[in-house]
Design a protein around this ligand. Structure first.
Ligand SMILES: N[C@@H](CCC(=O)N[C@@H](CS)C(=O)NCC(=O)O)C(=O)O
Length: 214
């Protein structure tokens, strides 16, 4: 690693984007360099808001400055150990970045569904908006299912695979929809990922309902 200093990761245990960073750090053998600082994105006094004007998590404080969002932080981690999160081959890297963007899109839509009930009074809940977000998740899952996924990178998942595992577990945590019904092949994929990938169990969000792989 270019720096041996401690890096402060502002996140929360339920955040799928924050988990993505923790899981990537585990896979790269960098987890002991991360000091996780619990952040409450709703708290106006939260320290994260002084670092990241958007008030979103994850945010990473490095000796050279503050990094956000999770894609940028993944790039930073990749620079410490090039070739695993993203291929060294330019075309293969773009493919992985696109897969990672798809997983991020699932998480974005899933979070908007949660916020619909968290920030609006029940009488103003807009079911059409929630369904619009659910459709994004369904289409994304169908596109992954069409690729006949099978996990086969042992302890070295790429950024797209790390994102997908975090997205599926977040759907289980919050129950926005049943991804197994949309993409049945992903149950075998998750079992393989969970068995092989270091840090999978250690980074599971608290309160996630049981599944055969955890
Ligand atoms: N594009 C951002 C998305 C991060 C994000 O939406 N994080 C959520 C928590 S999982 C958050 O900070 N929400 C609070 C807010 O939107 O103000 C990333 O990749 O880091």
């Amino acid at each position: 690693m270019a720096t041996t200093s401690l890096l402060q990761l502002y996140s929360s245990p339920a955040s799928p984007f924050g988990r993505k960073i923790l899981l990537a750090a585990h896979c790269l053998g960098l987890a002991d360099r991360l000091q996780v600082i619990h952040s409450d994105t709703n708290d106006p006094q939260d320290a994260n808001r002084r670092l990241n004007p958007l008030g979103k998590i994850p945010t990473l404080q490095t000796p050279d400055g503050v990094l956000y969002d999770s894609r940028v932080i993944l790039n930073f981690l990749d620079q410490q150990a090039p070739g695993q999160l993203f291929s060294l081959d330019a075309a293969a890297r773009l493919k992985t970045e696109t897969e990672a963007a798809l997983a991020d899109g699932i998480m974005d839509a899933a979070i908007l569904i949660v916020y619909e009930s968290r920030f609006r009074p029940e009488t103003h809940f807009v079911e059409d908006f929630v369904e619009y977000q659910r459709d994004k998740i369904r289409r994304a899952l169908h596109s992954v299912e069409a690729s006949q996924p099978a996990y086969g990178r042992a302890a070295q998942p790429d950024a797209g695979q790390i994102g997908l595992a975090c997205a599926l577990d977040y759907l289980d945590l919050r129950g926005q929809l049943d991804w197994r019904a949309e993409a049945p092949s992903l149950t075998g994929w998750m079992a393989g990922f969970a068995a092989d990938v270091p840090g999978y169990h250690a980074t599971l969000p608290p309160g996630i309902p049981p599944a055969p792989w955890h």
